[in-house]
Write a protein of this length. Sequence first.
Length: 747
Amino acid sequence: MKRFFKTVLPKIVFLTLLVSCGNLKENNLIDKKVEDLLSQMTLEEKIGQLVQQTTIGYTDNMIGQIKQGNIGSILNEVDPDVINNLQKVAMEESRLGIPILFARDVIHGFKTIFPVPLGQAASWNPQLIEEGSRITAVEATSAGVRWTFAPMLDIARDQRWGRIVEGFGEDPFLTSVMGAATIKGFQGKELNDPASLLACAKHFAGYGAAEGGRDYNTTVISTEQLRNTYLPPFKAAVEAGAGTLMVSFNEINGIPNSGNTSLIRDILRKEWGFDGLVVSDWNSIGEMLNHGYVENPEQAAEAALKAGVDMDMENHVYLHHLARLLKENRIKESMIDDAVRRILRLKFKLGLFENPYVEIKESVFYADEHLAKAKETAIQSAILLKNENNILPLSDKIKSIAVIGPMADAPHDQLGTWVFDGEKSHTVTPLATLRAEYGSRLKINYVAGLNYSRDLDNKQFAQAVAAAKASDVVLFFGGEESILSGEAHSRADISLPGAQKDLLAKIAETGKPVILIVMAGRAIEIYKELPLVDAYLFSFHPGTMGGPALVDLIFGKTVPSGKLPVTYPKMVGQMPLYYNHKNTGRPPAGELETIENIPLEAGQVSLGNTSYYLDAGKDPLFPFGYGLSYTTFEYSDLKLSATEITGKDNLRVSCTVKNTGNREAAEVVQLYIRDLVGSVTRPVKELKAFDKITLKAGESQTVEFTLTPDALKFRNNQNQQVLEPGNFNLWIGPNSAEGLKGAFILK
Ligand code: NOJ
């Protein structure tokens, strides 16, 4: 120990100082370069840097605009030759030779497609997500893309909202951890590495709170909610080094975010010290007219620049109106300069001035290790929600299987939303995997039954039923096509679309065991169908390698370890639904009145009644954090380092987790707290830590977490970060509804 303090520690301190001095020097150097360049720029060239425009290829029009210095960033060009040619014009034929920043929505893979982000969240494995995002960056940058519009960090509590699939679910802590991992993976160690992909935390902020789950809709969010629920993932993204942020389409409390000064200038820049670039969403500046916030495009440009939006995506209002606004003294040139500075600084940091071109080399697309990582991620993203009589994994005794359902062989749809570059010809579907890996040993009776998820035509039903009857077990692959979730694809009915429910019912009538596997962009309402099936394996759209991943799970080559990143509803009418809700003045408890029990012409009574639905009850179908395994885990021996702490102490909390089954498997151990009394009421549970551990059969492990005072703080409605003394409960367990319970007092 002495040696540590005498020799090792000083070395660490010295090296850390050296690195931070190095960074400081490099940043100063970049700042100097930025100032030199800025001082040479005309107003038109400055405004040009604030313009992001969609690709129109290598056309005269584009070349002309670049030559004039009218474009700072190009969106959606992925042909490396075109990128290099356009870049050459910028470097050699524009007056100052400022490189273009090429951007693309690379959301869950470029060519090798990983599970949709909500599926990735279900892995509860940030390391895996970081590794996958690195692969995505390597593939995307090899095509010349240096900026992606991901990760999406919008907390979403409504399965109707199509974009719930693009984020990491309903919980601020899980979203923060997964978001930071994605950012680190995209950006890599150094931004100036040609394989570094600049991340963009979006959509700032509150977009997921859209009224009724209707995309782009209004949000009304209190200070307490904004600060404790919607903003933390963005703060974590800034801390993780995200280079850029995108503002969202929605308004919060009457102010559209593209013109929201308090959000961008006050919180993001002043409070969090973010010095990266803020980009608008597509047309979102101009849409302030539709919101009824400004009267014309000029006012929109004025409001956005004043609020702190640096770059105008596709709207061209900056291009057309900033010069005039400046002439009329409605904006200051320093505002334009600051925005230009932030954009140039990133271009320098990315090394674009020295290294503007993409080196065209042997393709890295779909490399074996990329596919292997995509498969591993799909495995860890699948959640086992029902497994009656341990029917899964399938026994070796099974000789024949019926493969039924529209998602069994849907190479396009299993990829999920926001896939522009991944090709379905590379997708490996469950059917293809089954045939390749088990075709010689098993009789595989395949009848799709329905050709796509919305298909209403029942003419294959009889054939599907016959296939089921002729088989030992049925694998029913249902779900949603990829186009039924994602941007602008909200649904009011979130059950299995088309005639899938009817088909499933017909198959169940055969009496054969049915394994239901669902691939979807949201938690699908399955309440009525669940009793018809023996097992339910839920996979969000699992990507390129979804087939091999699911088949390995079904046959037990590997064990499910995914856990729900959202609360799984019984019925759509429960939306919004989330585990970390408030207790209310009338929390439901004990026997609840149900719709069936109410006597005819019963008189109005409300005394003793509580907050729940007569027809859906109080509980979800499955709680947040839930997921089964092929083994069982026992939690015991909860220990707290103290039962009373002060606001300066850390609390160490541990328990023993034992694998009591006979398979090696991974378990996500989760720590929740409840602050019992607050000057602003606190949620009934809040996730504060988790760890995914792997245990051999019979093995035990002590899992320890540290709760810091910061984890016990919250923001009140006066926007103060407070740590309030009082009683806390805590739980360590396998999901948000179960666990060992302890308590402590904060003095
Ligand atoms: C609109 C979407 O809201 C955003 O997420 C996306 O990055 C941009 N379009 C660019 O495609």
